[in-house]
Design a protein around this ligand. Sequence first.
Ligand code: FAD
Length: 395
Amino acid sequence: MQEIELNLDFSNTAIAFEDKSNEELKKMATLFGLMNKEWLVNIGAKLGLPAVKYNLPFSQSIVKKTIYPQFVGGRTLLECQNAIDRLKAYNILTVLDYGAEGKEVESDFNNTMNEIVRAIEFAGPNTSVPVVSTKITGLTKNIILEKLSAGKTLNSEEEYEYDSLLKRLDVICNKAKERSVSLFIDAEESWTQKAIDDLVEKMMERYNVSEPIIYTTAQLYRHDRLQYLKDIHQRSSKKGYILGVKLVRGAYLEKENKRARKNNYPSPIHKSKTATDHDYNEAVRYCVKHFEEIASCNASHNGLSNQLQAELIHKMGIQKNHKHLNFCQLYGMSDHLTFNLAKAGYNVAKYVPYGPIKDVIPYLIRRSQENTSVTGDMSREYKMILDEMERRRMS
Ligand SMILES: Cc1cc2nc3c(=O)[nH]c(=O)nc-3n(C[C@H](O)[C@H](O)[C@H](O)COP(=O)(O)OP(=O)(O)OC[C@H]3O[C@@H](n4cnc5c(N)ncnc54)[C@H](O)[C@@H]3O)c2cc1C
């Protein structure tokens, strides 16, 4: 009954893969079939990064012909235009995501800043690209963020590095404000996150007074993040700016748990998937309830969490495409959510990463791990693709 009222059915693979030819669908089936094999992904994850880094024969061309075009828009902004236009034809917006992370030298940080400024300038007049995203670890050394997050004092050289980060971030945020382009700032590992949170809050206070330009990210697989969301909402409300927040479950689960075990401290991650799901859905409820003061983006591939937001919007009688209520999935994944949400009239976008192959490898490894079956079952994506092939009677 609810589905009919909402006019939203995520199992509709005809809408989900409307833009894909039979040939493209077959290619996707082969790729997701391979990623379904845990042993293969484990080998790829271990060898992929060094192979591309040290330019081993064929490594770049293998990645370029397989996983790269599925999950990445292109090497440059211009190369992304094709993906942007294809999405726009189905009322899907683009969040441009320059794939730099974990950089360690000054020239790379400035390069990332310049690239993000270029992306904002590119997005400004382009109504299909309302948001650009960035990672703070592409703009400064990890050690600075780690020390600050742990409450340690920086030495004078590190102080200088931190000031340079502030300047870089301010240049980016200023440009975003000037061009009315929003900026999503990703959440990363918990041991760097406190410093990131403090910086992003400072930027929101400065730039979100009249409209949501800067968005922080809350990882709901952390047991303290639902409360954190409520706390930053209280603070933004008191200080009179709009809170921008992207909700995610979190991408570093294994790394987080492993580090906590190794260093003998309690893991910041929930003990079960059920607890993560509970907090995620509570966060969705909280953001929709306070939609006038919070601009949110439900960044998830979980059908129930997307359905929940659509139902809440419907129940509260809010305009479906209210600018504070957004959905987003990663390019190359969960088209069944993105295309069906767009068809039903919600604000939905794809995160489109771009950059040279060597820079996007860590991102590609995370995507292949996410699409791997550890239980032996078929991954969600793979099953959807096979369902559509069956519907089209392809062999
Ligand atoms: C647009 C977009 C932006 C993103 N930005 C970020 C970002 O800034 N930072 C970031 O970290 N990630 C980011 N991600 C990645 C995101 O965290 C993963 O895609 C997400 O965790 C996958 O979860 P899901 O919501 O799709 O749902 P599901 O597939 O239902 O959930 C899987 C997730 O649940 C959690 N989980 C699984 N098992 C357990 C367990 N045993 N105990 C506790 N929790 C568990 C993990 O987070 C896992 O990834 C982004 C994703 C999208 C779509």
